[in-house]
Design a protein around this ligand. Sequence first.
Ligand code: GDP
Length: 443
Amino acid sequence: MFDALSERLEQAWTKLRGQDKISESNVKDALREVRRALLEADVNLQIVKDFVAEVEQKALGAEVVQGVRPDQQFIEVVYNELVQVMGEANVPLAEAPSKPTIVLMAGLQGTGKTTASAKLALHLRKEERTTLLVATDVYRPAAIDQLVALGKQINIPVFELGTSADPVEIARQGVEKARADGFDVVIVDTAGRLQIDQEMMGELARIKETIQPHETLLVVDAMTGQEAANLTRTFHDQIGITGAILTKLDGDTRGGAALSVRRISGQPIKFVGVGEKVDALQPFYPDRMASRILGMGDVLTLVEKAREEVDMAEAEKMQEKILSAKFDFTDFLKQTRLLKNMGSLGGIMKLIPGMGKLSSEQLEQGETQLKKAEAMIGSMTVQERKDPDILSSSPSRRRRVAKGSGYGEREVSELVTNFQRMRTMMQQMGQGNFPGMGGMPGM
Ligand code: GDP
């Protein structure tokens, strides 16, 4: 999926490779490639313009981090921006405070609306929510039969009144039946046309007005590219959508539609269709989509590596501090947070040769110690964190810290003593002497 787009973007940042920082002149080429890539992927022109402008601003504003290559930094900016455009997090289907949650399906004919209705019902069953499907497409030959057949296949009931009833009336009665029978969700499938026409919009608006849905989902065929932007605008302006389902992402599609829908409607894509089978529906994850657009796998590792390198730069700074005995409680806190970001202490220890042998009891003890230390440091003033020595000479300061953190005075004294001992030890290590480890937990 999105092959062309990822190739273009790949080219964009190879141009940045070998440069030593992102500047207005060297980012220009990369931005031009991003722009071309998105246009070729049929992303709406205005969205491309906005996107590129934002990426440029952020790329130029990005703090140049020592050890991070500008192309890596640029990738991260493009990736983050893509994720943001597409909505950042997955937004699940709404759940009404009282049953049933009413879902209205809208979209053009052939986009996969009927299939998506059945897929959604099946998905909801996995969440232990019961669904009634309602067939209102009285125009397309066999549309009702199609939904009935799909319903049978997955054992989900379908409400219909044949092809001579009024669609608005079918919808109304369908929702009523769902309420009476205690269904959790009712999904109303509606008629699609080959193009947007006023008559169809009018009917859809009347159905919406009548059943007052909690969700109005626009079903968008991912293969329509540029058209997805206009389609979204029309439906959102005239009907008002609360989300979208992007279908046929398994095909030879481009990324354009995914970018356009959220940007134009401000509403999230909630699911993606990835095949003709009824179980081929997945929740939409903006970060995964961004990864796919960028031909990630590789890129994600690159971004991760870039982050690691940021940590390396940080570590170098820290090392300098240690050697010059400027390491203080603030640095200590930073280090423990860094450790925490990387996972549990136990998990990290396993990666260090020799340390994996620590018993789980010892590890647990280490984690408790760290938490304790963190609480006590949290109760210190900036000055005390900078200069732990003032704590060793002032019982009243230690008392205050003890009170603030909920630990005893003796524990605060211990923390300070251990910290000082550790600092001395680290200094000695920096000078090439390696006294036995001990003292500070997790260090
Ligand atoms: P509707 O007219 O919008 O209700 O569209 P249908 O649900 O009848 O689907 C139209 C065609 O697209 C059918 O042949 C479906 O099997 C197919 N289709 C629907 N969703 C997907 C999808 O996610 N991937 C693929 N490959 N085909 C799909």
